[in-house]
Design a protein around this ligand. Structure first.
Ligand code: PLP
Length: 403
């Protein structure tokens, strides 16, 4: 037990995650303990606090800690997954994509406005939109993500109000793992300009490619005069979520809205201390090494899940092997309701997130999401073994009832 954990005598939880004993919970998109770069963050903290400077303990500048704005801009510009130059004046530092999205909703929407999302989409974004009393409308997706033809139809043919914003996860989507191709990225920005809405592009998985890099982030396609894309990045997936540090990338006209917000002016730069740590990991060359390690580890796990699905569920689920990110999206086929499968999974000692959770329309779903972030290859294999046992028991019961 760590000293920090020992301090907690009241029994209140320390972490967001909680898993019943003995269960392999494939529902959590949180990194394994072994993937947290403890030694790197310790070195970075010594770099920040080792001298006499107390600047890391002061309020930070409104746009965010200047040295990180500069080092991050350089770092992103050199990433194969970016394929674009990122000037520092396009960046605003946040305490993660969730806080950035919440802030964007504050700055760019009003209660009652409509926001379009992918159907299915990241279930926890629903809560943020609900807090802002937004009307959330799903847009159809296919194997390549949001269908821009369906989006155009909705924008031009439906009676419902046009959106003020559209939220999308273009790369290694949560929950499906899909990647939006370049032509759709381009079209999406054109539609945003034609129909006057802002695109909130949640790109937290952009750098986690297992093989070839994905298309550049959506901001790379935004050549509009006033800016249409607000892109959210995060250190959560490439360093550690506990740091609560991330960034927004947008046309300077849009990023200025963040910098000028009452929130930033009152509290100063968001996550100033964590930004100092993040900057040190870039300055010391540790961030790039960590991302390379994560890509290799997640690539191995993708192969492990793939092999286990073939071994334990051959012909019983359809899926596209993800090329990066955190997730497999499994389609268990006709007649399966993955929510009804959950109690069987509990019996078998495994868990997952049922597709219904990600549906804006709250539609029952034959799909489920599993994450390969939390468990190593052996844990994943055993989890899928148990999932197959759960599916056997569920199908046997269902078939008994049908007789
Ligand atoms: C699509 C998506 N956006 C945002 C987040 C949360 O990011 P952050 O930790 O930067 O708030 C997650 C984490 O699961 C995610 O999957």
């Amino acid at each position: 037990m760590s000293s920090a954990e020992k301090v907690n005598k009241g029994g209140l939880p320390s972490l967001l995650i909680s898993i019943a004993d003995g269960v392999i919970d494939l529902g959590w998109g949180h990194p394994s303990e072994a993937l947290h770069p403890l030694a790197d963050v310790r070195r970075a903290a010594e770099f920040v606090l080792g001298g006499e400077s107390v600047a890391a303990l002061q309020y930070g500048a409104v746009q965010g800690f200047g040295p990180l704005l500069e080092s991050l801009a350089g770092f992103l510009s050199n990433q194969p997954a970016y394929g674009m130059s990122v000037p520092p004046d396009q960046l605003f530092l946040t305490s993660g994509a969730s806080q950035g999205l919440d802030m964007a909703a504050t700055l760019f929407t009003q209660a009652g406005d409509t926001v379009y999302v992918e159907e299915p989409t990241y279930h926890l974004a629903h809560g943020i939109f609900r807090d802002h009393r937004l009307n959330v409308v799903g847009v159809a997706t296919d194997a390549h993500g949001m269908r821009t033809d369906a989006l155009e139809d909705k924008l031009t043919k439906t009676e419902s109000p046009n959106p003020v914003a559209l939220y999308i996860i273009p790369t290694y989507q949560n929950p499906t793992g899909r990647v939006l191709p370049e032509n759709r990225r381009r079209r999406l920005v054109e539609l945003a300009e034609e129909h006057d809405f802002i695109v909130f592009a949640d790109e937290v998985y952009q750098m986690l490619h297992a093989g070839a890099p994905p298309p550049p982030p959506l901001a790379a396609f935004d050549n509009t005069p006033g800016g249409r894309v607000v892109s959210f990045g995060s250190f959560s997936k490439i360093l550690s979520p506990g740091l609560r540090a991330g960034w927004v990338q947008a046309h300077p006209a849009l990023s200025a809205r963040f910098t000028g917000s009452g929130f930033a002016i009152s509290g100063g730069g968001v996550s100033h201390f964590a930004s100092n740590i993040a900057n040190a990991t870039i300055a010391l060359g540790l961030l790039g090494e960590n991302i390379a390690r994560l890509r290799a580890a997640y690539g191995d796990r993708i192969r492990a899940v793939d092999a286990a699905l073939r071994e334990f569920l051959p012909g019983r689920c359809a899926y596209a092997t993800p090329t990066g990110g955190y997730f497999f999206w499994l389609d268990l086929g006709e007649g399966v309701d993955t929510e009804a499968l959950l109690p069987y999974a509990q019996w078998a000692g495994v868990s997952f997130l049922p597709g219904r959770l990600f549906s804006v329309d709250d539609a029952p779903s034959r799909c489920l999401r599993i994450s390969f972030a939390l468990y190593d290859a052996d844990g994943l294999r055993e989890g899928i073994h148990r999932l197959a046992q759960a599916l056997d028991a569920y199908t046997a019961d269902r078939d008994d009832h049908d007789d």
